[in-house]
Structure formats: C-alpha cells, structure tokens
Design a protein around this ligand. Structure first.
Ligand SMILES: Nc1ncnc2c1ncn2[C@@H]1O[C@H](COP(=O)(O)OP(=O)(O)OP(=O)(O)O)[C@@H](O)[C@H]1O
Length: 785
C-alpha cells in the first residue's frame, strides 16, 4: 500500500502523482499546513505514477556537440505534466525548451534520464509516440509551401489515419476557428501569422490526446491568441486532453494550470500560476521568473538563505482552508508545492497486485489501457493513408515546380542530344598547309592542281591530293616549307604537307625499280608531313586520313593500269569484325556509359537534396513526430523516383537509339531494366548523401564531387584495362563500371543475360542499391536518435 496524490479534476498543477516519490520530507513551515509525503515502499509505484501522468521527465540530461566540448542544454531536469492540464513551459530564449519538447515527442533522445509520455516511452513499440497520440506544432513553420491549406490538412490527416470525409469536416472547423483564408490558398502565399495558424491547425487536426505547442501564439493577434487559449482550456476541461505550450508572452501563460519556469536546463519551479504569484508576492509571472532566475544565480549559501526567507515569508501567508503547501526538495530553488484542496486530494491506493484499486487509479489505468489499445496499429507495418500522403506530397511537389519538371524530363533529352551531336563525330575543316613544288606557286594550276585520271603518270601529287577527304581537311597552299611550318607553329594549320619538285618521277621510279631504287629516288618520292600532335584526336585523324588517302590513290592508279590493287595494301587483312563495325565510332563506345551516367546522376541530383530540404524546412521531423517511419519516407521516394526513372529511361533510350541511331543489337527489354536499375542505384546514392549531409550545400558538393571520379573510373570514356592494376580493382567495383560493361555488351555485341559480363552488371547494380539503401536507413535512424 502506498500514498499517491490523485487529481480527479486534473487541476492543481504541480506533480500531483509525482510528489509521492520524495523520500525526504522538507522542513515544516511555521503556520503553514505542510504535507509530508509518505515514503514509497514499492519501486513499481514510482513507475506506475510516471505512467499515469501525461508526461513525466526524470533526471534528464541532454547535450549537443561532442563529448569533449558538450553544450549542456538539459541538466538533471525533472518535469511532470498531469493529464488533462495545460502546462506552460516558460523560459528565456535558448534555455532548452524546444530541446525538451523534441525529446518528449521522440524527435531527439536524452543522453541520460527517463521520459514517459502517455504511459509509454517515446519511440518504443506501441507507445504511439511519435504518432497520432501527439499533436506537435514545432517552432518553425514546417509546412510544404507548394501545398494549399487543404492539401496540407489532407497530407497530415492521412498520415494520422483519418478518413477524407473526417478531414474535410475538421478542416472546416479549423478554418473558422483559426480565422484562416480560403482552403485553396497556397501556404507559401500566406502571411507569417497565417502560416503559423495553419501549422497550429495541423497539430489540432486529429484531436490528439497530447498537444505539444512550441510558441503557437507568435505573430498571432491578441484576439485570436485569446481564442486559442480559450480553445486549449476548453479541450482540457474533461481531463482527457493535455497541452504543453511554450510561449514568450509570459502573462498569457496565466491561463495554464501549471507553469514550469525553465532556466539553464532546469526547472526553477513547477507550480500553478496563482501559487507562484502568491508565493513570491509578485504581481506578474515575469517578476516571478526574474526573482527565481536571480536566486538561481546566487551561491549555494545565498540560495539556502533565500529559501529560508522565502519559507518564512510563506509562513506568514494565510492560505485559509482552501490551500495547503507542501515543502519538497525537488522543486528546485524554492522547493514549494502548492495544491488547492478543491482541486487535488490525497487518496489511499493499493498496490496493483492486490486487485484493490481506487476510482482515481482505476480510471487512469483504464484510460491507459484504452490508449494502448488504440495504438495497436501504431506498431503495424504501415498504413495506406501514410503512403498515399507521402506519395501525393512527392508528386505534387514535383508537379508544382516547373524547374524540377524541366530538370527531370528536359535535361536528360538535352544531354543525349548534346552528346550525340558533340561527341564521336569526325572533325571537319582541319586546315592543312600544302607545299607542292611540282607546281608553280604563282600559277593558278597550283590551286587547281590538274591531273589525268587514267593510267597516266603525270602530276601524281595532284592525284593524291584529290583523294584527301575534303570535308575533314581543308587544303591551304603555301609557297615553301618554312612558311607552311610557320603556319602550323602559329596555329593557322594542323599540319604541313610537302611534295618535292620531281615527286611524280621519283614515285614512278620507286614503283618500277622496287628494291633497286636508290636513296635519292626514295627520298624524292616521299610525301613529308609535319603535324601538330598537341591535340591527339586531331593528329590521329589527320594521320589516318592521309594514309587512307594514299592507299586509295595507289589502288586507283593500279586499277586504272590494270594491276592488282591489293599490291597497294599492307599485308595485314582485317576481315569483317566479329562484333562491331570495321570503322568503329567513338560514340558507340561511350554511349552505354553516357546513358547510365545521365540516368544515375540525375537521380543523385534529384534525391540528394530531397531529404535535406524536408529536414531544413522541419518537414521531416514533423512527419516523424506524426508517426511516419524513416523507411516509409524512403519507400515513398523510391516509388516516386521509379516513376520518374521510367520516363527518363524511355526518353534517353528513344533519343539515343531511335533518333541518333546508336546501335542496339541486344534485347531492348534488358537494356531498359538495367538503365532503370542504375537510376534506382543513383537514387539510393542520393539518399545516402541526403542522410549524411546536414546542409544542402554539402550535399551538392558531395554529389558533384563524386561525379567526376565515378566518370573517370567507370570505363565510360576510357577502358579500365588502361589503368594501373590496383586502381583497376577499385574501379571494377564502382556502381557504374560493371553496369557500363554490361550495357555495352548488350548494345554492341547483342549479348543476353546468360553472358557473365551482362549479368555481372545487373548483380553489381542490385548489390549497390541494397548497400546504399541500408546505409541511408541506418544513418537516418541514427540521426533521428
Ligand atoms: N541541433 C542543435 N545542435 C547544437 N546546438 C543546438 C541544437 N539545437 C539547439 N541547440 C542549442 O541548444 C540550446 C537550447 O536551444 P533550444 O532551441 O532548445 O532553446 P529554446 O529555449 O527553445 O529557445 P527559444 O525560446 O529561442 O526557441 C541553445 O543554446 C541552442 O543553440
């Protein structure tokens, strides 16, 4: 058997059930009826008393920052909020009110200490907190700017498991009650005060058991502020609803049943407003707060003296028959506890094991059981309402944002078009400085360079020049090699080409004499070329075209002279390639990597900031407090992204294959699946970035920073076989490498899923998806803690 204070009316504020936990009664006061709580005999009774309060916080410690340099925000804080009361939490800015509230709603975890909310510990299975048992209005607006008021209510209503008709009815009430504008107005177009009221309406939406309001009256006019307070008083009247409210308008907190005055991470006092005013003989709560704050600042000795004098002062108070004052040690600075007899009374209750329970306890227990039953769904896997709300939110946000829509669908198309137009084509108009001493430079024929196309051996230099591809090479004529080379040096030409004055005769002699040709003949018959090889691609193309032109020239000559044209070829015959074309294009080599890179990094860009934006706007926390689990948020993004990915894949592949003719020899179905999987992989990588980074800026840096190394190491623009062996191993296991090789094998070789190179690409992508998702979930869970 033990003593417990019960408050059937739920009034009277301070720690009704809590004071029974004292083991050391305080000193008697002269002339004051002092309650002496009886020491508890069962530890279970303490737990029971905590469970029957709306909120009970014990020995709470919380710090931010590292262990070495902690910023202590809560230090050994105790708080008791009785059911059916309004609890006003007051304190200077930065004293830790928001931190305390976020620990109560399960947004943050204490470093040590205990919190009981509505009979359970926040975050534990079946506690319903976070979840629909709590209505939370954070300090920041924490709403979706692109939503209308109605959509906002729908979103949270569905998350709370309400039916659409219920939400609409409740919305009408809240619009009228909070004097809100039309339900079709966008939240971002509302005034600051209106936005705060919408935020308040969200907290009231599902009529929760516990309302936690962080400064709901900021920016609200006095009339509406009064009506908000009246509403709070109204809803707590029947004792089923509890409100914790912080405010900087200290005087409005007079309407609360209990006031907790907080300073430096502790509660200086936890009493009813009237008791505080009377105890400290103050006219306003502000004065009380100043008094207590000063008292806390004094030394321990001074503090003791202050307590003594307070006690003596209190001794002279005449509480009459209505009031009793209990002296306790746990109320902090003054250690006073006030109860009005008409609001609370001491009742004898038994340990639950005996089965004899008094009415007060019975009602709290049955209510507790009821609420726990109510919340059996809270631990369920998910609800369709939540998924519906999250999906609608993701799609609406995308749809309403033109920039995002362009980013999603126009950017990939533009990238493909740019890639196909800009990469892999032969350059044109490359200037070649030509010096032909077979011709007279001043003569027009130098430019025209006529020759006889039959089996005639005159002006062979002109016949060769005629074979050169005119679209790639633009011939510019120079009088001598010095000026031609100078043109190359000064960047006016990519190379200089020189024919000796008796080139034709020497070449004919070379062909006729064969091994008997002398050095001079060989020297005179050579075409000399000086190239600018500083640009490897252009240099190699010029080499290739000049050699091919000579081969064609020789073949043509031999053919017209009825000789075997094969004599002109080097004795290596490249037969028809087994895969690919005999004139392979760089585009075909790069295209698979480009397709996957576009889809992968667009997904990274889309998702890497998604969670951060929601987090910085406070939306993520608010959704969590409403009972949305991290995996549900991820799942909704996966579904949204999947739809986006399908659209992007269709666009990218159609433009690549159908419009620009990139070859696809394999099964298009597998190509599509691998591309979508890579998009999902990029999305999951984006989640990791989003979960790790606190700021959008950091996320962008990380996403951009990862782009280039991935591109370089994935064999997209150069075969990984060219890398040093160690780096090659690392590169092989990057998310894009095996997938690129797989896609290339499907597109250019026409391989199917049975080939190792192909299915390795699929396996590697799926493994990366699982890995990234796991990392994001772990980080999200960790951060939530
Ligand atoms: N995420 C965080 N990381 C580090 N420090 C934080 C964080 N959130 C709050 N703080 C610090 O903790 C202290 C308490 O902040 P808190 O927001 O709880 O105060 P508050 O009493 O709600 O203030 P206000 O009335 O201005 O809202 C402040 O010094 C604040 O700078």
């Amino acid at each position: 058997m033990y003593w417990k204070k019960a408050s059937p009316s739920g009034r009277g504020g301070s720690a009704m059930g809590e004071k029974v936990e004292r083991t050391k009664p305080g000193p008697d006061l002269v002339g004051v009826n002092v309650e002496r709580p009886t020491p508890l005999t069962h530890q279970t009774s303490t737990v029971w008393s905590r469970r029957t309060q709306a909120v009970s916080v014990r020995h709470a410690f919380k710090h931010y920052g590292s262990k070495k340099k902690p910023n202590h925000v809560l230090s050994d804080l105790d708080m008791t909020v009785a059911k059916g009361t309004i609890y006003g939490l007051l304190g200077a800015s930065g004293c830790g009110k928001t931190t305390l509230l976020s620990c109560i709603v399960g947004r943050r975890k204490l470093n040590s200490g205990e919190i009981w909310v509505l009979g359970g510990k926040p975050g534990t299975k079946g506690s319903g907190v976070p979840g629909k048992r709590v209505g939370y209005m954070p300090q920041e607006i924490a709403l979706y700017g692109e939503f209308t008021i109605k959509e906002t209510m729908m979103y949270f209503g569905w998350i709370f498991g309400m039916q659409t008709s219920e939400i609409i009815a409740r919305l009408q009430f809240l619009l009228n009650f909070l004097d809100l504008p039309s339900q079709n107005r966008m939240v971002k177009n509302l005034s600051g005060g209106q936005q705060r009221r919408v935020s308040f309406a969200v907290a009231l939406m599902h009529d929760p058991e516990l309302l936690i309001l962080d400064e709901p009256t900021v920016g609200v006019d006095p009339l509406l502020r009064q009506s908000i307070w009246s509403h709070l008083v109204q809803i707590t009247k029947d004792g089923h609803k509890t409100v914790i409210i912080t405010t900087h308008y200290i005087e409005e907190a007079r309407q609360a049943h209990t006031i907790g005055l907080m300073r430096s991470g502790k509660l200086l006092a936890e009493e009813s407003p009237q008791a505080l005013l009377t105890m400290y003989r103050c006219q306003t709560l502000e004065e009380v707060f100043l008094l207590l704050s000063r008292a806390q600042g004094n030394t321990a000795v001074q503090q003791q003296q202050a307590n003594m004098s307070t006690n003596i002062n209190l001794a002279s108070l005449n509480w009459g028959k209505k009031g009793t004052i209990s002296v306790t040690e746990e109320s902090g600075v003054v250690g006073l506890n006030f109860h009005q007899t008409h609001q609370s009374k001491e009742v004898l209750i038994h340990d639950g094991t005996n089965g004899h329970i008094d009415m007060g306890r019975q009602s709290s227990r049955s209510r507790f059981a009821e609420t726990m039953e109510d919340c059996t769904n809270c631990s369920g896997l998910t609800s369709t309402g939540k998924i519906k709300a999250l999906l609608q939110k993701n799609f609406l946000r995308m749809w309403r944002n033109v920039g995002v829509m362009l980013f999603i669908f126009a950017l990939p198309v533009m990238q493909v078009i740019l890639f196909c137009l800009a990469i892999g084509r032969d350059p044109t108009g490359l200037k070649l400085a030509i010096v032909n001493h077979e011709q007279n430079y001043t003569n027009m024929s130098y430019q025209q360079c006529n020759f006889d196309g039959g089996c005639k051996f005159g002006n062979l230099s002109c016949r060769y020049l005629n074979q050169i591809n005119n679209s790639t090479i633009e011939k510019v004529y120079y009088p001598d090699t010095d000026t031609a080379k100078e043109a190359v040096r000064s960047g006016d030409a990519w190379g200089a080409l020189y024919f000796t004055e008796n080139f034709t005769d020497a070449l004919v002699a070379r062909m006729a004499l064969g091994k008997d040709a002398d050095e001079e003949t060989l020297d005179q018959s050579e075409i000399r070329v000086w190239l600018d090889m500083s640009n490897q691609q252009i240099g190699v193309i010029l080499q290739r075209d000049l050699q091919l032109a000579f081969q064609d020239f020789s073949k043509g000559l031999l053919t017209t002279c009825k000789e075997n044209p094969h004599l002109a070829e080097i004795p290596i015959t490249f037969q028809e390639p087994i895969y690919g074309s005999s004139t392979p294009s760089f585009t075909d080599f790069v295209a698979p990597g480009v397709i996957l890179t576009i889809v992968f990094f667009l997904a990274v860009a889309l998702t890497s900031s998604a969670l951060i934006i929601e987090r910085t706007e406070g939306l993520l926390d608010r959704s969590w407090v409403a009972g949305v689990a991290p995996w549900e948020i991820l799942f909704s993004h996966v579904v949204t992204q999947f739809v986006v990915m399908c659209g992007q894949t269709a666009l990218v592949l159609s433009f690549m294959i159908l419009v620009f003719g990139v070859q696809c020899k394999g099964a298009i179905g597998y190509v599509v699946i691998l591309t979508i999987l890579q998009g999902l992989c990029g999305m999951c990588f984006g989640f990791v970035i989003s979960a790790i980074c606190e700021l959008e800026r950091n996320a962008i840096q990380l996403a951009l920073g990862s782009f280039y190394p991935t591109l370089l190491l994935s064999g997209v623009i150069w075969p990984i076989e060219g890398m040093p062996i160690g780096l090659r191993y690392i590169a092989t296991y990057l998310p894009l490498t095996l997938a690129t090789a797989s896609l290339r094998a499907m597109l250019t070789r026409g391989w199917g899923l049975i080939e190792q190179e192909v299915y390795f690409g699929f396996i590697s992508t799926i493994v990366w998806i699982v890995l990234f998702l796991t990392i994001s979930l772990v980080v999200l869970k960790f951060k939530r803690g």
